[in-house]
Design a protein around this ligand. Structure first.
Ligand code: SAM
Length: 293
């Protein structure tokens, strides 16, 4: 029988997520993961993050992690041996079992290769990863990583956007931050993570039920609505009147309209996947026709 993932530990009734980062620059992570919600989640024991120095898995005097590309060409490539050795020390299911489990919707682990050529990292991928017990991040450098890591070790390649970074470290930090804030118990007010931009129905860890108050609305895959705080008038720029009138239903409708407007202006592509109801469709129609509400 193929080995399966180990069971996750429970912390204060919450599930604990373990993240392993494989990098040639372990010190990079001293700053980014030591602030805000990520730090809090680590202190609460909801997330455990271990950084593995790839050079510790080399066997030569120079601790060599890279070599020239076969076939010629620019730059250097990260060698496969130290990466395979590092991951063989971790309690991971086989790559085939991890892929099989993901397809069957019962994944508990993932080994991710950070790569500009990867699948685009989105809020929905973050929500999927936040359900796992162990996520391993392999950070590339130079011209990239020997392709056999993608072919035989990683079960997923992720890109944080259509641009090229010098290494996978920044991408790993971005993904860990996005996942950590979705871990149950990590954010004081969990309703806030459910109404944020890009968050589709079902992306939360609670079965997808939105539990905000009467004046808020879930983004349902669109952009978030605008937020204002005191003072009500700042340098002649007043807060929209509707937010001050205490009428929750009017506020909710205004917020939904603003979210639809902003999405239409900045990210119309999101409408392809968004969950719009009849009310949304009517508001959107009015916005497109330039009719004021
Ligand atoms: N030759 C590669 C290409 O053109 O696709 C770029 C290699 S890049 C200079 C070095 C490393 O940075 C990659 O192996 C990857 O780990 C990381 N990286 C670069 N851009 C990234 C992105 N958009 N998302 C995630 N990781 C990225």
């Amino acid at each position: 029988m193929k080995p399966r993932a180990l069971c996750g530990e429970k912390v204060l009734g919450f599930r604990k997520m373990k993240a392993d980062i494989v990098t040639i620059f372990p010190d990079f992570f001293r700053g980014p993961l030591d602030h805000g919600i990520t730090r809090r989640a680590r202190e609460m024991g909801l997330a455990e993050i271990e950084v593995h120095d790839l050079r510790a898995f080399t066997h030569d005097r120079h601790r060599t992690v890279d070599d020239r590309p076969f076939g010629g060409g620019e730059g250097m490539v990260l060698k496969p041996e130290p990466i395979f050795e590092c991951l063989e020390k971790l309690p991971l299911a086989s790559r085939e079992a991890r892929i099989e489990d993901r397809i069957a919707g019962r994944a508990t682990q993932s080994v991710i290769l950070l790569s500009a050529q990867g699948e685009r990292f989105t809020q929905s991928v973050a929500a999927d990863l936040a359900k796992l017990e162990r996520v391993v991040f392999i950070c590339g450098r130079y011209e990239g990583v020997d392709e056999r890591v993608s072919e035989s070790l990683a079960d997923r390649e992720l890109s944080i956007g259509d641009y090229v970074l010098s290494g996978g470290e920044m991408a790993a930090a971005v993904i860990i931050e996005a996942i950590t804030r979705l871990l149950p118990g990590a954010v004081g007010n969990e309703a806030s993570t459910r109404q944020e931009s890009f968050t589709a129905h079902g992306d939360s860890n609670d079965g997808g039920e939105f539990v905000g108050n009467a004046s808020t609305c879930a983004s349902n895959g669109l952009l978030d609505y605008p937020h204002y705080t005191r003072p009500a008038d700042f340098r002649g720029m007043p807060v929209p009147e509707v937010l001050l009138n205490g009428n929750h239903e009017q506020i909710r409708r205004w917020r939904r309209e603003q979210a639809l407007k902003k999405t239409l202006l900045n990210r119309p592509d999101l409408f392809d996947r968004a969950q719009l109801d009849v009310e949304d469709a009517k508001i959107l129609d009015r916005i497109k026709k330039g009719v004021r509400s």
